[in-house]
Design a protein around this ligand. Structure first.
Ligand code: ZN
Length: 665
């Protein structure tokens, strides 16, 4: 017999479900107990603790590669805050292997942070190789103990039951990919959001509002879901699940206060380092929020796993204290011989940190390629010079000279005594990359807009402009599998910040939804206008279908630079030290390198020549996009030589961040 109260409750429940179009068939029995490793999805914190004595947990997570750029951005937040017991604020890092420096992973680990996985190549719908491969890499290459790698987040937050099967079968403890927002059947209000739960009886979240599949009929005993509670404004409107637009202080204070006076569901701050890079004021406002929050009684800054550990064994906040092993203790968990040293506060811009040597290794310092040299303080801030006659990159002699007593070189290599100019004018920024999944014609006609839209987002500058100036086949093939070399010019006030953002794997993440794939390691960003051959006429004004002549003039700076004396100095030193035998060897190697480079440049140019020959129906590019279509007529030998010089001598070609010196202010 059904009681009147139960019937009324059922009607209410059905009404709520209908209103929110949400899950109605979640059923979790009372036999599910946290002492048995099972926790039902609920707005009630575990352990029957009164709301006022429930710990208010705050968890900060960072996604994607740990690089010399992303790591200090996050540490710049966490290092500033501590729990009341002195434990420093940790973060949970969802690491994708591509672009990640394993030394930086070690450093994060010995500082007490949590390492979780985010696949090898940051692919949507990852298979077991992608998911387990990332854990294996973190354990074997970065040396993180495998049993400490418990968590997973799906790239692009595209989750599925199959992924959760893989997690359960491969020793993972938890997932954190499913967005949750109120009102829903399990999160009725801002003050009553669902707590993390185990998926023994399926997933009761409304996955229709997310980018993945889930159901109440899935069974993953003991595997936790740590929801991605959406950031919602005062009216309840969803702002974002990650990287919210708006004032971080106001947004997170609102999320915090609603929870703190409510059921104290954990607060998740889900970030990408690029969000901080795009607008430096965000770090300041986030720091202000954290300083406010940690002062509130019973508030703790912890990792995802620390929250789940508490849920497995809940105690009142008055009896809770987060643990934080010392760096020495954590170091003992890493492979023998790992040094206990951390990256300098200023980071290792334009280099990587070698934690066995405890020093910054400047980018390409030791080889003949564009890169950076040390300043007097030992930091990699001095850009290499290029000798156009000897075709060598070299460290300017000033780079190694000791700084005058009392002076400190400013970041970026500017003179210490000089007052840096405040420049709010838009600067040109050239971005080059190789992409697959398109052809030059397809890219120019259909993909350029989407790519520009994503790049403009990255600048964080509403007045920035973006132009695709060049899209050529790398090998001249016509297949979609071919690589296309794309050159984009952006004008933005935030050019420096955008260059930095492009050094993380942000662009990789950003561009995948456009349907093309960026070839890893080919993204190059540099201040200054592009130096690729451009048409003599204004291509933007060219009518549809018209094929314009390529401009075969060498780039600005090529002829002026022949007066550089860098190569003759280098020649003398090499000669004195190594003698005639070494000189002969160097000569042979240089000859081969020049021949190879020329052959490569010629191949690329011939490839671009073919572009229009298989593109008879070239469509006019979309508004705001300038396209270059090169002619199919063969160039003269002289033209080819000049174009070859233009391509092979572009300082962009060999460097991730090779900024042409002549274009620096
Ligand atoms: Zn990601």
């Amino acid at each position: 017999m059904v009681s009147r109260t139960a019937l009324a409750a059922l009607v209410l429940l059905l009404g709520a479900a209908a209103a929110h179009g949400a899950v109605t068939d979640y059923s979790c029995p009372s036999s599910c107990k946290n002492t048995l490793g099972c926790v039902c999805a609920s707005t009630q914190p575990p352990g029957g603790i009164a709301n006022g004595d429930v710990p208010q947990f705050i968890v900060l997570t960072n996604d994607d590669a740990i690089t010399v750029i992303s790591q200090p951005m996050i540490l710049n937040i966490t290092e500033r805050h501590s729990n009341k017991n002195g434990c420093k604020m940790p973060a949970t890092w969802f690491v994708s292997v591509d672009y990640t420096d394993p030394n930086l992973v070690k450093q994060v680990f010995v500082r007490g942070h949590e390492i979780a996985t985010h696949t090898v190549n940051h692919l949507a719908n990852p298979n077991v190789t992608q998911i387990v491969g990332a854990k294996k890499w973190l354990a074997e290459t970065a040396g993180i103990p495998a049993d400490k790698i418990q968590g997973f987040r799906a790239p692009f937050l595209v989750f599925s039951p199959e992924q959760r099967d893989i997690l359960a079968e491969n020793g993972f403890g938890w997932d954190s990919s499913i967005s949750e927002q109120y009102p829903s059947t399990i999160s009725p209000s801002a003050a009553e959001r669902v707590w993390p739960y185990t998926m023994d009886y399926g997933i009761p979240q409304n996955c229709a509002v997310s980018t993945g599949n889930c159901s109440t009929s899935e069974r993953h005993p003991g595997l936790w879901e740590f929801p991605m509670w959406n950031v919602q404004d005062a009216t309840g409107t969803v702002v974002a699940s990650m990287d919210p637009q708006g004032d971080p202080y106001e947004l997170y204070k609102l999320q915090f206060d609603q929870r703190y006076s409510g059921n104290r569901a954990p607060l998740g701050i889900y970030l990408h380092a690029a969000w901080l890079i795009a607008d430096p004021s965000r770090a300041d406002r986030l720091n202000e929020f954290l300083a406010y929050a940690v002062q509130q009684p019973n508030t703790f800054l912890v990792t995802v796993s620390q929250v789940l550990d508490w849920m497995k064994n809940p105690v009142p906040a008055s009896q809770y204290s987060p643990t934080c092993p010392s760096a020495e203790e954590l170091l003992r968990l890493l492979p023998q011989g790992t040094a206990l040293c951390v990256m300098p506060n200023e980071g290792c811009d334009y280099g990587t940190f070698d934690s066995s040597e405890c020093k910054c290794m400047c980018q390409n310092e030791e080889i003949n390629a564009a890169g950076y040299c040390r300043d007097a303080a030992g930091r990699c801030t001095v850009q290499k010079d290029y000798d156009f006659v000897g075709k060598t990159y070299f460290c300017p002699s000033a780079a190694a000279a000791p700084a005058p007593a009392g002076s400190t070189p400013a970041a970026g290599g500017a003179d210490a005594g000089q007052t840096p100019a405040v420049d709010t004018a838009a600067q040109p920024l050239t971005v080059e990359m190789d992409v697959t999944g398109t052809t030059p014609a397809d890219f120019t006609a259909t993909k350029a807009d989407a790519v520009c839209a994503q790049l403009l987002r990255l600048t964080g500058d509403s007045e920035a402009t973006c132009t695709v100036v060049h899209a050529v086949s790398v090998t001249g093939r016509r297949l979609l599998q071919d690589k296309v070399h794309v050159t984009v010019e952006i004008e933005t006030k935030n050019a420096d910040a955008t260059v930095k953002a492009l050094q993380t794997d942000t662009i990789y993440t950003l561009l995948t939804p456009t349907g093309i794939t960026v070839v890893p390691g080919t993204v190059k960003a540099a201040l200054g206008a592009p130096v690729v051959p451009t048409p003599a006429t204004d291509a933007g004004a060219a009518p549809a279908g018209e094929v314009s002549e390529p401009d075969i003039r060498p780039p600005a700076g090529t002829t002026d630079a022949t007066s550089s004396d860098g190569s003759s100095n280098i020649g003398l030193i090499v000669g004195a030290v190594c003698g005639a035998v070494a000189l002969v060897a160097v000569g042979v190697i240089a000859f081969v390198m020049v021949r190879r480079r020329r052959a490569r440049a010629a191949t690329e140019l011939h490839g671009s020549m073919r572009t229009s020959s298989y593109n008879p129906t070239f469509r006019a590019p979309a508004a705001g996009v300038t396209a270059t279509v090169t002619t199919s007529r063969s160039p003269t030998k002289k033209q080819l030589q000049q174009m070859e010089a233009a391509v092979s001598e572009s300082p962009l070609r060999d460097s991730m961040v090779g900024m042409p010196r002549q274009q620096q202010q």
